[in-house]
Design a protein around this ligand. Structure first.
Ligand code: NAP
Length: 482
């Protein structure tokens, strides 16, 4: 096992100081595979969050005014620090989150790629000169960093979700206060160390762990914070939107999903199985873009289910730190109980277990990779985010029927379609109410592309050029009397 002790930091970063809590005021962080405590982080609250906001506000004017070249160089060094330490950062991520090492390495890699992307993209963030309707006037549109950014991140991608927020914030010239998930704070605190190593000035990046409610309420109501960027559940996102209303902040919300994965009779079945395996079982089903409802057209249904069940049963389950493991444990007991409840509800209402169905023989929070058939849209498993390694297969007959069913949800994050009919591919892009659509692709995230949901899945985009504009304010200036 790679040594990750260098990046296991048990303190918070506020204004360039690493702060420890009073005795007893800490949160224990454990490895979901072994149950062993990895370490402790401070249980801070409103007071420390206010201090972090003050530090970020104090650091903002000079950081915003720094040369573009300086910020780009800092971001490049941050990228290099991530990649130079990819193995130890991945080992730390696996230890606190449970995902297989190969996925953790991939997460560190894409996080670094986001940092590099925004370092490049900020050089292209142009303003505009507009044609004036009358002579003697000059009209310009200019872009400016929004100010202090509050970033709240989830446990399922504790490193790359931060990269999608810190990357553009720092590129734009913003300063930040980060609140990571309590289950996986070490991957975020490591970013504090990396930012220091890269040479970011004190106060530019601040990281506070502790009471989500207190920290969240302080960040959303403090007028010095100009933007809140959140990735997590729709329920918490709604609360943060409400809280931010009093101080009218810019918002980015990456919220929950309920992705349909649609396989038509004319699909390339090999490709569809490969796509389903990655779209369903990555991070043991704990991703916001995971296939939640797998719709298979009648003509191909039985063959697809047979192949999917074989591939699912063959997945190697174990401690993510072990070589070759493809499915780690679920992040905690509550996550396990939620998945078990959805499976039990489905089977009680007539779903059939094709493989798996319950706790894995390893015990703990390992859930067997599972395939269920006979799912109907009334079952809870088809309406809620499963967040576990369970394929819920729905049989369908017509294109109209599957479009109606797929859109019959408050969510609109990711959707996948497998078809060899070009016309149908374009129709599905038109008709599916989702922000991310994979056609004959099961893994579509890319730093160059805007990532984000429609409807209750969120507001704003991360990645692409849009991911940077969300951290910039636009000003219009009219110079008259020329
Ligand atoms: P969560 O419970 O909403 O928590 C996310 C973050 O919000 C954590 O840091 C959490 O802190 C914090 N939080 C919880 N209650 C809060 C409050 N009242 N005020 C302020 N902050 C609060 O979500 P999760 O279970 O960690 O993550 C899974 C969810 O994230 C899923 O719904 C998934 O779909 C979504 N997600 C979406 C995307 C996307 O890009 N759209 C990507 C990944 C995940 P504590 O940990 O301290 O409670």
């Amino acid at each position: 096992m790679t040594d990750f002790s260098k990046y296991l930091v048990e303190a918070n970063l506020i204004g360039g100081d690493w702060r420890l809590p009073e005795e007893g005021a800490s949160i224990a962080v454990s490895n979901p595979a072994s149950g062993v405590t990895l370490g402790h982080v401070p249980r801070f609250g409103a007071a420390e969050t206010s201090e972090a906001i003050a530090a970020a506000a104090a650091a903002f004017p000079s950081f915003a005014a720094s040369d573009l070249n300086t910020r780009v160089a800092l971001l490049r060094r941050l990228h290099d620090a991530l990649m130079d330490n990819q193995d130890s950062l991945a080992a730390l991520l696996t230890a606190e989150q449970g995902k297989p090492l190969a996925e953790a390495r991939g997460e560190i890699g894409i996080g670094a790629a986001y940092v590099l992307w925004f370092a490049e993209e900020v050089r292209r963030s142009k303003g505009e000169i507009l044609p004036s309707p009358v002579n003697g006037r000059h009209m310009m549109v200019t872009q400016h960093p929004v100010g202090v950014v509050a970033a709240i991140t989830p446990w399922n991608f504790p490193s790359s979700m931060l990269a999608r927020k810190l990357g553009p914030a720092l590129a734009a010239g913003c300063t930040a206060v980060v609140k990571p998930a309590s289950l996986t704070p070490f991957s975020a605190l490591a970013w504090g160390k990396l930012a220091e190593e890269a040479g970011f000035p004190p106060g530019v990046v601040n990281i506070v762990t502790g009471s989500a409610r207190e920290i969240g309420a302080t960040l959303t109501t403090d007028p010095r914070v100009r933007k809140v960027t959140f990735t997590g559940s729709t329920e918490v996102g709604r609360e943060l939107i409400r809280q931010s209303a009093t101080t009218v902040k810019k918002l980015s919300m990456e919220l929950g999903g309920n992705a349909p994965f649609i396989v038509f009779d004319d699909a390339d079945i090999d490709r569809a199985i490969e796509g389903a395996m990655i779209a369903k079982y990555r991070n043991s089903g704990q991703t916001c873009v995971c296939a939640n409802r797998i719709y298979v057209q009648s003509g191909i249904h039985d063959a697809f289910v047979r192949r999917l069940s074989e591939a699912t049963a063959a997945l190697k389950v174990g401690d993510g730190a072990e070589q070759g493991v493809e499915q780690g444990p679920l992040v905690d007991q509550a996550a396990f109980d939620k998945v078990a409840e959805l499976v039990n509800d489905a089977t009680a209402n007539g779903a059939k277990i094709e493989t798996g169905g319950g706790r894995h023989m390893l015990g703990g929070t390992w859930f067997q990779p599972t395939v269920l058939t006979g799912i109907t849209s009334q079952m809870k498993i088809a309406r809620e985010e499963i967040f576990g390694p369970v394929s819920a297969v729905v049989r369908f007959d017509s294109e109209d029927e599957v479009v109606d069913d797929a859109n019959d949800t408050e969510f609109g994050l990711a959707a996948y379609v497998y078809t060899r009919d070009l016309g149908r591919a374009f129709r599905m892009n038109e008709r599916l109410q989702y922000g991310l659509i994979g056609i004959n692709e099961g893994l579509i995230t890319a730093v160059e592309a805007p990532f984000g949901g429609l409807k209750s899945s969120g507001i704003g985009k991360e990645g692409g050029s849009q991911g940077l504009s969300d951290y910039l304010d636009t000003k219009y200036v009219c110079i008259g009397g020329l």
